[in-house]
Design a binder for this molecule. Structure first.
Ligand SMILES: Nc1ncnc2c1ncn2[C@@H]1O[C@H](COP(=O)(O)OP(=O)(O)OP(=O)(O)O)[C@@H](O)[C@H]1O
Ligand SMILES: [Mg+2]
Length: 330
């Protein structure tokens, strides 16, 4: 994949699209910068179909910093690759900063990848060119976008490296940096052309906890200082504990969301878990609720003044009390 990226970056076919990307952002940053509607991705290999995304709905507002979690194989990388313009969905809709990901031509896609989204891989070696210094790595996407002169590129690259806490690495080669330093340089590369969205697929997965904290801190700084929308896949509970919104994907659909808000005392955070209701009115009941009440096949619903009750089918047995969809005992 690194080969592909190098070829794409250095191919002379497509022109910079920094201006296109910026112009295509929703005016005033209003509304969702990422909008997926019933997104489907089916992989077919050797006659076997895998439904990696099964009608996923997702809205992310401009300027949000969101964590995406889920079991292995749940579809996290599939979603990120689609949003990054590296893969195309089978069906549904996906728009990022005003770009329709299903309608883009190959040329649009290249410009989109260069200027509208920044992408960070888990593997440090995949993010940087080994024969360029940190500053040259960050300046390269700007050079390809042809938006700045050489001296401006250098100073902007150093600024970005300073923002991510690795200004001291500007003239070092990747081999002279730790994995965590390389990932922070990679954030600078991803931000070089002022993307609307920064996507990161387990960027701290190969790092020790201290380096992981520094990389995540750099993502937070980029989000806070530049206002870039960040969507980060993580298995690290420390990361999801530090973001306002964590979305969980299960079997190719968003199943639950955890929202964190400041508590009334202003000192601590309160985290609340929500099930996601899709446009067709479907929601996933958490597995432990299902098991605890022996819910299966069909359930009875009742509309109460302020909630919906969900009862197991008494005929099917296994009735062990009544809970509503959010787990309150009646
Ligand atoms: N290129 C491919 N061809 C066929 N099937 C694929 C391909 N890529 C992914 N899949 C399948 O799609 C499903 C979702 O995979 P995906 O890589 O998105 O999961 P993930 O949530 O990122 O998992 P992990 O946490 O292990 O990285 C899995 O069942 C996977 O085997
Ligand atoms: Mg993955």
């Amino acid at each position: 994949m690194q080969r592909t990226s190098i070829d794409e970056l250095t191919s002379s076919g497509a022109r910079p699209s920094r201006d296109q990307g910026q112009a295509a952002r929703p005016p005033g940053g209003d509304g969702a910068v990422i909008a997926c509607d019933r997104l489907v991705r089916i992989y077919s290999t050797a006659g076997i179909e895998v439904q990696a995304l099964q009608g996923l709905d997702l809205l992310v507002d401009a300027g949000e910093l969101t964590a995406l979690v889920g079991a292995s194989g749940s579809g996290k990388s599939t979603l990120l690759n689609i949003l990054a313009g590296l893969d195309t969905p089978t069906a549904g809709q996906a728009r990022v900063a005003g770009h329709d990901l299903l309608a883009m031509t190959a040329r649009d896609r290249l410009g989109y990848r260069r200027a509208v989204v920044g992408f960070l891989w888990q593997q440090t070696g995949r993010n940087l060119f080994s024969h360029l210094t940190a500053a040259e790595n960050v300046a390269l996407p700007m050079r390809l976008a042809r938006g700045r002169h050489r001296a401006q590129r250098r100073s902007r690259a150093v600024e970005l490296l300073e923002m991510t806490g690795v200004g001291y690495c500007a003239d070092r080669m990747p081999a002279q940096m730790s994995g965590g330093e390389q990932q922070r340089v990679a954030i600078g590369i991803a931000l070089a052309n002022q993307p609307a969205v920064l996507l990161a697929d387990e960027p701290t997965g190969e790092l020790d906890s201290e380096s992981a904290d520094q990389v995540f801190a750099a993502l937070r700084t980029a989000n806070a200082e530049l206002g870039v929308t960040v969507l980060v896949v993580t298995h690290d509970p420390q990361v999801s504990a530090q973001v306002r919104r964590t979305i969980a994907i299960r079997d190719g659909k968003i199943s639950t969301e955890v929202l964190r808000r400041a508590a009334a005392d202003g000192q601590s955070d309160v985290a609340e878990e929500y099930s996601v209701l899709d446009r067709a009115g479907r929601l996933q009941i958490p597995r432990d609720f299902i098991e605890s009440l022996g819910l299966r096949d069909r359930v009875r619903l009742a509309l109460e003044p302020d909630h919906v009750g969900v009862w197991p089918d008494a005929q099917a047995g296994g009735r062990r009390g009544v809970k509503d969809a959010y787990g309150e005992e009646e």
